[in-house]
Design a protein around this ligand. Structure first.
Ligand code: WT7
Length: 662
């Protein structure tokens, strides 16, 4: 952990204040209201959070305790309160007479639309919960969900929550190996999957991957695999072990009493990449997590009863947990759930859907914006100007830094200079938005996520934990625990403690793992990227170590080092330097082996982890003590001149070879 490499290159100083005609009704109408909330939190931190927890959630047993720091950093929030997440997402809206409101506007890959009301979603969730119970799933049991973007996906997550089972969703693009790792780590008793998923006009396997994951071993905990039929693709079926979901649902009652769990009861485990070792199971609580999922819908997205909200993230990522499954439903909103991809049948799909669903709040990732900008330059007919996007009032960006050029394109061409862009900085571990503009209040700066949400005590410190001056780079930390923070790394409290609350910073600051700085004049935050070996490829988080271990598990590979390099569309691209257990391949043969290795990584982790560049060398640049000099590799990957000191290198000649390679 070092701050001396975090240097600000930020020069942005444009501010935009779209004059919106809805500011009077906004949850945070102006900066004075924002400041009042920040002051409330500063003056009475626990009182502030207790008020929000009472206003946003319906408690079965009201809490009397707010924050318990006695076993820091294992914090507890609202510990003696009881509630149920699915009750808060469904029943309370139905009980309030809003059962006929549309909860989900589902659009399939091929464009079919299914509307699901709150009442209907509640009965689907109850039936699914009853199926889980009939299979012996109990409070605290782990259930893996390996499903496409679907009504069933959201239903399965909510059904787990209803009976207090802990779900762990695995993104459908992850491999059998990745699924196996997660099954083993959670000790799941049930897997819910589909025969296949439909994406961009193609059917891709899911059930086959589950079979393969189980065959990889150590999955004795799994008692059944529940299969939803989506495409009618051919799959193998083990009678008695594999079960068809549909007929089981048909037999169940649509009533199911929610299990009232303690606020600290784990709602889910979601795996994310760390800088070392295998992915870690980020464990979230029920009460604190749901509170922030709900509150940020109101503050960051200013959700209102007539809005049509659309977050394009997959339920396999934290964004899909908080801003598809839990936040919009807990807030009682109508939302679009989309099965497909932005470029099918062509790159106007998003604009077409905003128009046809009259979407008012649209939330997507910078990588999608950059890709769609590029497509619309190549093909006029997919440009957003051809569509009626007048229903939009707020647009979001999430997952990676948005470069000012992409921001401006989004602002002008999609939002028509009317719609504030909320650039939301947060992480799997933080549960919900941490730093983001308040859409009716905060003047916007392209590329900056602006200011922390009220109650979120972010700061930038040096490696001894002292605040740095504005204008200086440093480590992004959160000084006080907040309700939606992760509670643990599943089964690994030591990793939780040392990874997120390092002693060097005093042991109580949450270390985000990003470098950041604050502008001198506006005090806005600028995120400058990860300080650890984590890559962000199209908003997907990957550890360099994960990709390296996948590469070295191939029989031809002796050694591998992976670094990121900037990429126009994906933000970062993976570049792998590989030493083979044979002579250096050349020309067509090198291309052939590179292809094989790329596919291998795709199989080991998932297609998103395939290296874009693979370069072969006789060796890697190492110090005399044998440490790989990644900084040099980063320069080579970028095609930069090497300005760093190379005098400590064991084998300086290797640099020339790696520069020439491919
Ligand atoms: C990492 C977290 C946010 C939920 C989805 C990704 C980067 C995320 C931004 C942003 C700059 C961002 C950070 C962070 N990141 N949002 N608005 N501006 N960087 O969650 O997979 O846990 O990744 O994504 O580097 O640490 P995640």
């Amino acid at each position: 952990m070092t701050t001396n490499t975090i240097q600000s290159t930020a020069t942005e100083n444009r501010l935009f204040t779209p004059s919106v005609n809805w500011s009077a009704t906004a949850a945070i109408p102006d900066m004075a209201a924002y400041k009042a909330l920040c002051d409330e939190a500063a003056n009475d931190y626990e009182g502030f959070w207790a008020r929000l927890a009472r206003e946003n959630l319906t408690w079965h047993t009201p809490f009397t305790q707010v924050l318990d720091e006695s076993n820091a950093p294992f914090y507890q929030w609202f510990a003696d309160g009881r509630l149920n997440a699915s009750y808060n997402c469904l029943d309370r809206h139905v009980e309030a007479g809003r059962g006929d409101k549309v909860a989900i506007r589902f659009e399939s890959d091929n464009g079919e639309v299914t509307l699901v009301t709150y009442s209907n979603l509640l009965s689907r969730v109850n039936k699914m919960a009853n199926v889980l119970k009939s299979l012996g799933v109990q409070k605290g049991d782990r259930v893996m969900i390996y499903l496409p973007m679907s009504i069933e996906g959201v239903t399965a997550m909510q059904a787990c929550a209803r009976i207090g089972a802990i779900h762990s969703v695995v993104f459908g693009g992850f491999s059998a190996k990745a699924l196996n790792d997660r099954i083993v780590d959670t000790g799941a008793s049930l897997i819910i999957t589909a025969d296949e998923q439909a994406r961009g006009g193609k059917n891709l396997p899911l059930k086959d991957n589950v079979d393969e994951a189980l065959a990889l071993g150590d999955c004795e905990s799994v008692r059944h695999v529940l299969v939803n039929i989506r495409t009618h693709g051919s799959i193998s079926f083990r009678e008695g072990f594999d079960l068809h979901l549909e007929p089981l649902l048909a037999r169940q009652s649509d009533q199911c009493e929610p299990v009232w769990v303690e606020a600290e009861h784990p709602l889910f485990i979601l795996y994310t990449s760390g800088s070392t070792g295998t992915p870690k199971g980020v464990q979230h609580s029920t009460g604190g997590y749901l509170l922030w999922a709900t509150q940020t819908m109101k503050w960051t997205f200013d959700i209102k009863p007539n809005d049509v909200f659309w977050c394009t993230a997959d339920i396999g990522w934290i964004t899909g947990h908080t801003y598809v499954c839990y936040g919009p439903l807990s807030a009682g909103a109508t939302q679009i759930v989309f099965e497909g991809i932005p470029t099918y049948p062509n790159a106007s799909r998003f604009w077409k859907m905003i128009e046809s669903h009259r979407c008012s709040i649209f939330h997507t990732a910078p990588t999608a914006i950059r890709a769609l900008n590029k497509s619309s330059e190549m093909d006029e007919s997919v440009h957003p100007k051809n569509f009626d996007l007048s229903s939009l009032r707020i647009m979001g960006s999430v997952g990676e830094p948005i470069n000012p050029e992409a921001w401006m394109w989004y602002y002008k061409n999609v939002g028509g200079e009317r719609c504030p862009i909320v650039d939301t900085f947060w992480q799997t571990e933080t549960g919900g938005n941490m730093i983001a503009p308040m859409p009716a209040a905060t003047p916007l700066m392209p590329g900056s996520c602006t200011m922390p949400l009220p109650g979120i005590m972010t700061a930038i410190v040096d490696e001894t934990g002292h605040d740095v001056e504005n204008g200086q780079g440093g480590l992004l930390v959160v000084k006080r625990p907040w309700p939606s923070m992760l509670r643990n790394v599943w089964g690994n409290p030591q990793r939780y403690k040392s990874g997120y609350f390092p002693e060097e910073l005093g042991g109580t600051y949450y270390l985000a793992g990003d470098g950041a700085m604050r502008y001198v004049d506006t005090t806005y935050f600028q995120i400058m990227g990860r300080i650890d070996d984590i890559l962000n490829v199209s908003g997907h988080r990957l550890g360099t170590m994960e990709v390296e271990s996948a590469l070295v598990s191939h029989h031809l590979v002796a050694e591998a080092a992976v670094v990121g390099r900037p990429d126009d569309v994906s933000g970062e691209a993976i570049c792998a330097f590989v030493v083979l257990k044979r002579t250096l391949p050349k020309g067509a043969e090198a291309l052939e082996i590179a292809k094989e290795l790329r596919n291998w990584v795709g199989q080991e982790i998932g297609p998103i982890a395939k290296p874009k560049d693979i370069r072969f060398g006789d060796n890697l640049p190492k110090t005399r003590s044998g440490k790989i000099m990644r900084r040099l590799l980063r320069s080579i990957a970028k095609g930069e001149e090497i300005s760093q000191d190379t005098s400590t290198l064991e084998n300086p000649a290797i640099l020339e070879q790696l520069k020439q390679a491919l």
